[in-house]
Design a protein around this ligand. Sequence first.
Ligand SMILES: [Zn+2]
Length: 246
Amino acid sequence: MTGGATMRKNTDRPSFRTMKQTVVTILVGKTEKAYIIHLDLLIHYSEYFRAAFTGSFKEAEDKKISLSDVKKSTFDRFVDWLYYREISPTEEDKDPETGRLQYRGIIELYILGDKYQIPKLRKYVIDHIFQSLTTSLELLPSPGAIARAYEFLPETSPMRKFMLDIFARRFTPYYITRAKKMNKNPSCLQNEFLIEALIKIADNTKAINQNQRSTLKLKLCDYHEHADDKERKQCEQSHGVADIDR
Ligand SMILES: [Zn+2]
């Protein structure tokens, strides 16, 4: 662990006033595109890179690591987030025909945040998707985005839970028709997901029939990874994002 990172409170962002100027090289994808990144900034957010670059591994000595199975477009967005807190939607996130958001690319960013232990990135992506779904009632993640989440994230992942909950909340047969039309085969959805979705849809229908529609609200903090109840309460009072209630 380097001095700079340990001096700061966990919630603070590193500042160039106090950060060391040590940089590391990350080689991404099969063509090994080289990204030069400030070490203190990287290890402030990622336990994975902290272990790799500050332990007794070869990577720490060389100040270089290779991530051959990460897509360059995903890593570009990660670096934008790291330095600028920016993850605007890209073409990867949009339906080519309608331009509607489907979150296919941004899910990859969340998967990266899971694999490389970057909790603040995971929170940022969840907040971003949740907020965009709050403002647009017709949006739903594409079958491809859901399938990626179910393939690469652990069962306990809040993103998997969110994908399931929003799908069950907003599902209409039109979704499948549209998915087929776009030639994005909805059969890519895993049986595990489909069974969970059926159960969830049945539960939701039951709640509606019993006039308990208010229980169907999706609350942003249900998809955060708070350390404890106190942190959750503080987060609920400060995030300012409306519940999704349809
Ligand atoms: Zn929260």
